[in-house]
Design a protein. Sequence first.
Length: 778
Amino acid sequence: MDASVATDRSTAVRLDAGRQGDASTAPVRLILWVLWAVVLLGAYYLQLWGALLSAEVFQEDGLLTATKHIAALAVAAIALGTVAIPLGIALERLFDWPRLPFAWAFTRRAVSGTLGVLVLLGPLHAPVGAAVQALLGGFLPFAGEAATRALSGAFGLLVVLAAALPAGQVLCGWLGWRPDSWRDEVLYYSSAGLGIVAAGCGALAFAGLFRPLAIQLFVVALVILGVPRLWTMAGRAGWWPVRERPGERRWFTRGLQLVSAAALIAAALTALAPETEYDALWYHLGLPKLWLEAGRPVDLVHEYVSLYPLTWELVFTAGLVIGGPVSAKLLHFICLPLGALLAWQLSTRLAPGAQPWVAVALFVTVPTVLWESTTAYVDLALALQIGLGVLALLRYVEVGGRGWFGLAVVTFGLALAIKHLALVALAIIAPGLFLWLWRRQGRSAVQALGPAVVLVALALLIALPWYLRSWLASGNPFFPELFGLFGASPPERWDEFAERGLAGFKATFGVERTPLNLMALPWDMTVHASRYGGTLGPLFLMLLPALALFRGSTVRLTWIGAFVALFVAVWASPISSFQVRFLVVLTPLLAVLGAEAVRRLDLAAPRAASKTLAAALLVLLALNLPPFTRFHERDRVAWDGWLTHVIHAVPLEVVFGRQSKDEYLARHIPTYSAWQFINSAVTPDARIMTFRGGDHYYTDRRRIASVSPMARSAVRRQPGQASEALQALRALGVTHLLVDRRSLDSDAASVALLSEQMRRDSLEVLYEDDGALVFVVR
């Protein structure tokens, strides 16, 4: 162990000498922080204060709604528990798990029993759904449909995880890695194993064998080969070490655990609903569906997302072919508990004196993180991989060896294969590794440079197939990013006009990048979150200033803070977009910084004030959960200031079967019913031009977006050029137009295709509803 490690650990659980020597100023600093918190929360929760003053919070759409949700969840939990708890007790006896205190034993039985129920009933989802319908259909008319969807989705998740965990264990062993704890095992076996599942699916795709049966056989083969390892893992799963920290407030810990559990349950239930989110339907699930239909990789020139890195989409595909789209959603949901475990591990490593449950609760209750876990996006998976890479490098600089370094290579490589955004993280991490080895450990510049270069080279090698595919198809390995440097081909794929259009979309987020706005950015993105497409909640901005007011960090925590600051600086630069979900990758690290801030505030405050702080933190964490999301919408007036990328309400009606899948999707996707008509009534050789996206997964016909460069010859015609627009449509092979009513109302006066003349002379309404119209081109 190098000297810096010993120094860090010796100072980790106390305040620095400067603070100890000047304790007289601590009350003043504490008062300053309290004033800051009051001002921030006063501005942030403007909707809450208004609701309290008007007593609206106690009306039907306020706390009573929350009470109804809690009651429904309690009934469902009791029903599941009557089956799961006895099965959990049986599993305890089968694997001879040790005795635990009552609360932990009950939790273990509930979790293991629920998993057992899913394993037993998952393959029988259809008959179980029919039985549920017969039993509950009288008052939950779609209970059977909901039960079938939930069971098949959960079973698909468990099968993919059962394939991934043993495969990940083999890869980690091959790297020469030895875990420090069961938490490390779960994290790295899952991460590496899901990477192997994706690699296998990718190999099938590039071999032209990307069919449901081939993927199912591959996944099942991994499960069969891993059965002995799975049995051993199950035998060790019951060994949950339970340790109470000296001086720990038990009520505070239980509160953190309760809030974290509530967040996980809310996210899991939301993930059981049919998929409705834009990017998930567009390409995270839409592209795997096209690949499966073609049996190979598909490059749609008119869809720029076709050339993105798609590693996690291959993981989704494994879920799709086994359990349907809900399995894909649940595969992203599993990144939430894994991320919580990562926050715990990072907290114990970076802030040993902090309460790890604080880091866990801060992470799982971030509103946009919670939303991410309910949909088939990839940002939470990216956060998991980058966080695991950071943790592996922390262990590497402590103990050395190829095991931890190999894991860092694998995790950063998988991150690069998930999303281009990982390039930013690696571009910051690699120089940081070099500086640490050189300045902190005393290596020569050449010796310190070696690991940093190897890390970058091998990580890029893992992601190389995606970047090579993009380069061969478009001439740009990072397409559509860096268009100004590499360009793109053919012209129908991308051009300057399309680049300006994408830049215009990115500019709709946030504020203009003036010096004053950038200085106020942390406040603005927190308080006025609707401008940024999501929210991290108020807690990080409230807590992190305490790190400056009450100093005492470990060196490693300072370096992590520098990484966060540099990443945010890139995010705030003109090369990026002010979208909060691009900061999700930082949330495990922010949670650790927040936990350390809570520790320092607790040390600085008198006992009574410390208890008040702990209680207030629990309340604020709970306010991050649905159905309290509306209180985060400070700027909301009617439909303006609406907060996106958050859970506004848990969709209990469709999850429990009170509402049908089709009704739910028609309510959330304006073109869903129109696509159901097209899929059933329009010939398979048709090609549909669409004026709205985010519905691709529910499409069974060829389509082309009106915003694509290829469609510009038809779409950019003025109202007086209807005949030219019609000729361009025919040249593209377009037979139908699908127009949502919002586009029809806004574009009819400026787009020839939607003009009155075009509709009168060349288009015929084939279908219409409240959300969309389908025209056939005559």
